[in-house]
Design a protein. Sequence first.
Length: 276
Amino acid sequence: MSAIASARTTTVGTLSGMAQGFRGDVADFYHRYRRGYPLAVLDAVVEVFGLTPDDVAVDLGCGTGQVTVPLAERVRAVIGVDPEPDMLAHGRRAGEERGAANLAWVVGTDADVPAWRAVLGDGSVGVVTIGQALHWMRHDELFRALHPLVRPGGGVAVLTNGTPLWLQDEDWSRALRECLEQWLGTPAGNACGTDEESQARYRESLAAAGFRVDVRGVDYTAELDLESIVGGVLSALPVDRLPADRQAFTDLVRAALEPHAPFTEHVHVTVLTGRR
Ligand SMILES: C[S@@+](CC[C@H](N)C(=O)[O-])C[C@H]1O[C@@H](n2cnc3c(N)ncnc32)[C@H](O)[C@@H]1O
């Protein structure tokens, strides 16, 4: 696999759609405040693809390791791939803290898949997971390129991890969205691939690439506090739009949200799988 970042520009900045990387403080906020996935999600991925301790997995767009690290307990090895070294550094530390010796962290993007095929060999991978990251990738080309890489019965798992904080059907979320739109001066409508329209495109694209498509969901409810909401928002901002005065930003969000407490979040995790 190529260890060199693709020259292709990677656009991130999920809240506003602006082009900036997940790096510096944004990577720190991501690591600290973005939740992982319920174990039932990992169980579903293992079950769909019949993963065993002999399998190798690739976690594409691995970020700070929300999927990579827990998946390592269920397979022989996981390769976490992401264009942002700061995200990978957090993932590496998280893996070390869990004592996982079967993780590799590689700088790269979806554009590198043809190189993985050359290095790893066709049919060599049990699953390629893509957690909350497909909206940054060229999914049609990606799914076509992944089909020969995965072993028969293996495949691709596309995960979403709830609706963005500012787009939920709750009064506190509507207040957050209004507050952010005023502060950013731009609409905050990016659903980051969690919306039904995007999901339908992904399903069609997987099927067109030759995968057998299945969708499962895991639902749970969480209570958020103001710190995790502010941290979650900051983890989704372009790094050059982070507020210089974090306390003033926190106070602004607190004033907007406090009338709508408690901050209950109904989280729907989508497990979209394509089996070869
Ligand atoms: C929202 S984070 C998701 C992190 C983690 N997988 C999760 O489930 O929380 C999206 C990640 O995708 C990465 N990314 C952006 N463009 C990418 C691309 N073209 N190929 C691979 N990863 C990409 C970003 O650097 C970022 O770490």
